[in-house]
Design a protein around this ligand. Structure first.
Ligand code: NAG
Ligand code: NAG
Ligand code: NAG
Ligand code: NAG
Ligand code: NAG
Ligand code: NAG
Length: 521
């Protein structure tokens, strides 16, 4: 029986199984009739099980066709038809307006909420990031106080988005962040609550927890940005590069992810890749990166590292062909090292199928916290990078199967749980949970302007325009967002941290043993 139930469980789509599984081979001579009877009974039980399923939920139907095959399939097997609503750019010298005919109610064709899978586990950090306001809620004063470093205020009222700009961000970070939010509104029209939030597009988090502890009963201002760390309470939100980074010709994430998937499968098998640790980037943004460069291979040393400085000027002259993340999966090991804060390069590195050597990070983005050392990446010490890298690469080349698995686990995580659909669902739930805490009615302040995909994309030029068109959500989603998981139990969270720390400690011990053995020789 368990054989059949295991076929059942975890099957989202059509589940076929056939009685011929049992009946195909005629019983050998001498096989007791009781066995045959038992088998027949088993089939009956299974059939009963199926039909009970059918009665319980309308999602399955059972078809008993001539060849004795029982087919169970979900009624919603066929993906619902996509609705496509193109940009409506006004003709030349009219000022661009936002369309009034975009759907504002959200109707999934299959509104059964139980039919949609639970969100990936890392969504649980939404609860953690909003915990500082769980008891107090968020007042207007708190939001206003977050304006100190914010680049813009986002206001959503009645499904329309408004922006109050305070200052220009570096490059097009603000543009593509706002673009991303507009795409979320296109994807889930009518599903986003009214809200006001402050967004800071700079790298490092700024809301230090220590100012809001103990005697100081001032509540922290809620401020959205791309990364956080253990000392701060900034709320993490997906970064602009998911929609594109025109300055360095990084295409929208969807396109890159697709390209990488093809590249990983077709072009370069892990075993055929260079058996070294590769890194390419800008070393001038952080001391730790300059320090990393000392590990580069030379006549005198080989720490198994192959490191390159990204020359953006040269690259731009060559059309950034060398900086395409999908073409940088040429080595078995890839180093991730933070820059001024977290680095956008992280997802491209993890998606490579190579084993990621993760130099001890201090910052996290919205999905990093759920990755486990040795399962998804190999931890690298910060203070002894060269030795740590040398050991990691040696270990991997001696445990090729395991090293490959670690690489694969990370790229599976990225390919399956950090798809654009997941990114939008994360934003959706984060904004919904945030809005639940607001203690005031969102209002459009003077000085704010309505924005929509049309006001941004119709006027854009060059790569900006290209990436906007490429990353535009085609129309309202016909499926609901995934179901938000509950917060971590404190015990579970504790165990989660311990597991992480222990795994890192274990690697450090292996590493110590490795280097001790050299010293003894
Ligand atoms: C049995 O019938 C089903 C549906 O009629 C069909 O899809 C399947 O291919 C058949 N199997 C065999 C072994 O003929
Ligand atoms: C585009 O917008 C104009 C005015 O804003 C409107 O009259 C027209 O119907 C829209 N076209 C489509 C295809 O929605
Ligand atoms: C619109 O632009 C065209 C040329 O670009 C010009 O000839 C025409 O006078 C303009 N119309 C208005 C109403 O401004
Ligand atoms: C931030 O908000 C305060 C009031 O809370 C206001 O006095 C100040 O001018 C605002 N700063 C900016 C940059 O808008
Ligand atoms: C409490 O924290 C706020 C925000 O950092 C700060 O401005 C204020 O001076 C602090 N008050 C005390 C008594 O420390
Ligand atoms: C690292 O070494 C390689 C091989 O010698 C060389 O091509 C590369 O330029 C070096 N990288 C740096 C940052 O010096």
């Amino acid at each position: 029986m368990h054989r059949f139930s295991s076929i059942f469980h975890g099957s989202g789509l059509a589940t076929h199984f056939s009685e011929t599984l049992i009946w195909r081979h005629p019983p050998k001579k001498g096989l007791a009739t009781t066995t045959i009877l038992l088998r027949f009974l088993l089939v009956l039980i299974v059939a009963a099980f199926i039909s009970s399923l059918w009665v319980d939920t309308s999602r399955f139907s059972v078809d008993n066709s001539i060849n004795n095959t029982v087919i169970i399939f979900q009624k919603r097997q066929k993906p619902p038809k996509e609705i496509i609503i193109p940009l409506n750019c006004s003709t030349q010298n009219q000022t661009q307006t936002c369309p009034t005919n975009y759907p504002t109610t959200f109707q999934t064709q299959y509104p059964d909420p139980s039919s949609k899978a639970s969100c990936p586990d890392y969504f649980r950090w939404v609860h953690e990031d909003l915990r500082p306001w769980k008891v107090t809620g968020i007042t207007r004063d708190m939001v206003e106080r977050a304006n100190k470093t914010a680049h813009f205020r986002l206001i959503i009222v009645n499904n329309k988005a408004y922006i109050e700009r305070y200052k220009k961000s570096i490059q097009t970070r603000d543009v593509f962040t706002i673009w991303g939010i507009l795409q979320l509104l296109r994807k889930y029209p009518g599903r986003l609550p009214d809200l006001e939030l402050m967004f800071d597009c700079d790298d490092r988090p700024v809301i230090f927890s220590r100012y809001y502890r103990g005697q100081n009963t001032t509540a922290p201002p809620p401020l959205f940005r791309y990364c956080g760390d253990r000392w701060t309470m900034d709320i993490v939100f997906p970064d602009w590069s998911f929609w594109g980074w025109p300055e360095i010709n990084i295409r929208p994430w969807d396109s890159i992810l697709r390209e990488m998937k093809e590249g990983n499968n077709v072009k370069s098998k892990w075993i055929e890749r260079e058996p070294y640790a590769y890194w390419k980037g800008n070393p001038f943004v952080a001391e730790t990166r300059k320090d990393l460069l000392t590990c580069n291979v030379s006549d005198k040393q080989d720490w198994n590292a192959r490191l390159y400085v990204q020359d953006w000027i040269l690259e731009s002259q060559q059309g950034f062909k060398q900086s395409n993340p999908a073409r940088q999966c040429t080595h078995r090991y890839k180093i991730y090292i933070e820059g001024w804060a977290w680095s956008v390069s992280e997802k491209y590195i993890l998606a490579c199928d190579s084993m990621t050597l993760l130099v001890k990070p201090h910052y996290y983005d919205f999905f990093l916290r759920n990755l486990q050392p040795v399962e998804h990446y190999w931890p690298i010490r910060e203070d002894q990078k060269c030795k740590s890298i040398k050991f990691a690469v040696d270990w991997g080349n001696n445990h090729k199967q395991k090293a490959q698995e670690i690489g694969k686990a990370a790229s599976n995580f990225i390919q399956e749980k950090v798809k654009m659909d997941d990114v939008y669902d994360y934003m959706f739930h984060l904004l919904n949970e945030y809005a639940k805490l607001l203690k005031f009615k969102a209002m459009v302040p003077e000085g704010a302007v309505e924005i929509c995909s049309e006001t941004m994309a119709c006027m854009a030029n060059g790569l900006e325009k290209k990436f906007m068109v490429e990353s535009m959500v085609k129309g309202p989603s016909v499926t609901s967002p995934c179901t938000m998981p509950p917060p971590y139990e404190p015990k579970v969270l504790g165990a989660f941290y311990r597991r992480k720390v222990n795994a890192i400690r274990r690697v450090e011990n292996w590493e110590n043993t490795y280097w001790d053995s050299f010293n003894k020789q």
